[in-house]
Design a protein around this ligand. Structure first.
Ligand code: ATP
Length: 461
């Protein structure tokens, strides 16, 4: 994304995502709604790639992990015990002139650098005044910081009163904690072990934005990894390494990733170490992709106290009983995908023209192979369709028969298809087809009956 302002780069990415069926503005025919976005046909495939890579790596390929899928709306006592009802809020400041509302901590971070997440309201109010932080919309003065609850409320059942109030979950983690004993006993898991969950979460964020970076509905991939007290910091490092490797496997360049440790002021009172994995986004700021937190026995103890149900683990070898400590690596699907897209977006000059492409790695590409019959003539389709049918048995593929070959290449460069195969009139005689690689644009001409083998060599899977 060279030679232009980064916000232009984000605009270009948004426009590509819309015209190529990756991400659409939510309820667009009604002028959109609250920075909601919908995954288009190719975006949904990319999301599945992220989820599947995560699930395979962290659940299927490990002996010490099991999965779970808990409910979105649960007994509100869960949120009392977890501390969300009391503490899950952001410091809201509003403009005294135009009435726009902002997060006080992010306004301070924008003006002063650093991180003000978790600072008390009085401190935010004082710093905003001291540093003359002003309304980003109109330049007007800002009022005092107030508590703004982030959980979406709803009512369960026919009566809408205080007793029927429930919440949309703001994270998937609590479903894992309240199921801890059931999972451990039913699956006869031994500490150290983890429980993983992928699912939607909802937060009534004060401000959203930067495309799909911050939305009010999003998807998390969370692990609670239960360990013996005293071993948590070793496991913390294990999960940092695993996290780093996971984002590498999505094809994100190392130079745009970094860990940011939470300092004492930012650290939650129950955590003895927390670090965020950050990516350098095209709006020229580092933003959190993933958080790894060593949360001690806080969550299980809270649920044990609130529910009266034991969350103890008994070591079968030593008979020692304890509440396990937990290390939580918490990932976001949306932000992972945004980082993948930002990293893959490229423009290059080819014979005096600009070629736009997504340099996605093969695992992330929503379509791995496109097959183009040079024309719609029956004899070419009779060759290309069976070839396509063979290929689609192995990899997500598209039989693309419309438009000039140049246009078809452009379309597939823009959605990151690694291999495009053209079946032309020579194919009728030599029973071979031209295959072109997206990045190098190099071409090869294997025979049709060797094409799947050829692709297998390149793509595997
Ligand atoms: P932030 O500081 O950006 O608000 P957070 O520290 O509150 O994030 P966590 O509670 O640690 O976020 O959530 C874990 C992960 O869930 C984040 O790393 C991110 O990938 C994802 N996530 C959290 N909030 C949002 C959101 N509003 N939109 C999209 N993804 C989100």
């Amino acid at each position: 994304m060279a030679r232009e302002t980064e916000s232009e780069a984000l605009k270009k990415l948004k426009s590509l995502c819309k015209r190529r069926g990756i991400i659409f503005p939510g309820s667009e025919i009604y002028q959109g709604f609250a920075n909601q976005w919908d995954w288009g046909p190719l975006g949904v495939e990319m999301c599945r790639n992220v989820r599947e890579m995560w699930w395979n790596r962290f659940v299927r390929d490990r002996d010490d992990m099991v999965g779970l899928d808990s409910s979105i709306i649960v007994n509100p006592k869960v949120w009392e015990a977890s501390g969300h009802i009391e503490n899950f809020n952001d410091p809201l400041v509003d403009c005294k002139e135009c009435r726009s509302r902002f997060r006080g901590d992010t306004l301070l971070a924008d003006k002063l650098g650093g991180d003000f997440d978790g600072r008390p309201l009085e401190e935010i109010t004082r710093l905003v005044a001291e540093h003359d932080v002003r309304c980003p919309s109109c330049g007007g003065p800002l009022g005092e910081a107030k508590k703004f609850d982030l959980m979406f409320k709803t009512h369960v059942g026919a009566v809408e009163d205080g007793s029927s109030t429930a919440y949309l979950r703001p994270e998937t983690a609590q479903g894992i904690f309240y199921n801890f004993a059931l999972v451990q006993q039913s699956m006869r898991m031994r500490v150290p072990f983890g429980i993983a969950q992928i699912g939607k979460a909802f937060r009534n964020e004060i401000t959203t934005g930067n495309f799909i970076f911050r939305t009010r509905e999003f998807e998390q991939m969370e692990i609670e990894f239960f360990v013996k007290p005293g071993t948590e910091l070793e496991w913390f490092e294990h999960w940092q390494q695993e996290t780093w490797d996971f984002y590498q496997s999505l094809g994100i360049g190392e130079e745009k990733l970094r860990w940011r440790e939470h300092d004492k002021e930012q650290l939650s009172h129950y955590s003895n170490r927390t670090a965020d994995l950050e990516y350098y986004f095209p709006w020229e700021k580092w933003g959190e992709l993933q958080g790894t937190a060593s949360r001690t026995d806080y969550d299980l103890t809270q649920h044990q106290t609130a529910s009266g149900q034991k969350m103890l683990y008994e070591d079968p070898a030593t008979r020692e009983k304890y509440i396990p400590y937990v290390v939580e690596p918490s990932f976001g699907v949306n932000r992972a995908l945004l980082a993948v897209l930002c990293d893959a977006y490229a423009e290059e000059e080819v014979r005096g023209e600009t070629r736009t492409l997504l340099r996605l790695n093969d695992a992330m590409a929503p379509c791995k192979v496109a097959v183009f019959p040079l024309s719609k003539k029956d004899d070419l389709i009779a060759l290309s369709k069976p070839l396509f049918d063979d290929i689609r048995k192995r990899w997500p593929a598209i039989h693309d028969i419309g438009g000039s070959i140049g246009k078809r290449y452009r379309r597939h460069d823009e959605i990151g298809t690694p291999y495009c195969i053209t079946v032309d009139f020579d194919s009728l005689d030599d029973k071979a087809a031209t295959i072109r690689h997206r990045d190098s644009m190099q071409q090869d001409r294997p025979s049709l009956d060797r094409m799947v083998e050829y692709l297998d060599d390149k793509l595997g899977g």
